[in-house]
Design a protein. Structure first.
Length: 119
């Protein structure tokens, strides 16, 4: 079974242009709804006739969302997750060291780290 998967477009320029067109299309659709145009067939006909125009407002919205806002929100979520998981991650490290020491002792018969004994 030969399944070809599409390679994602990782170039910033193409992704940015698509985001601009999507946002311009949203703006145009909201303007049509304000004018009272609700018929999906009529909307699709209008979309085919004329592509959306990208205004300065659309560019500013896309730049703010994609460059400033979304990385900020993702950073907050990631940091919160790491702070919440810190106690659990500490236990994972501690137990991993214990298991690793037991495996090392079982294989070589000695400890990897010499623990000083208090007299």
């Amino acid at each position: 079974m030969n399944m070809n998967y599409p390679v994602p477009d990782t170039r910033f320029e193409q992704t940015f242009k698509r985001a601009l067109v999507r946002e311009a299309e949203r703006e145009r659709a909201s303007q049509w709804k304000k004018m009272g145009l609700q018929d999906p067939k009529a909307i699709s006909q209008l979309q085919k006739v004329k592509p959306p125009t990208v205004s300065k407002l659309v560019v500013c919205k896309v730049i703010f969302r994609d460059v400033f806002f979304m990385p900020f929100v993702q950073g907050i979520i990631w940091t919160t997750a790491l702070i919440a998981l810190k106690p659990w991650l500490g236990l994972v490290v501690k137990n991993g060291r214990k298991i690793g020491s037991k495996v090392y002792r079982m294989v070589l018969g000695t400890d990897l780290l010499k623990v000083p004994r208090n007299v």
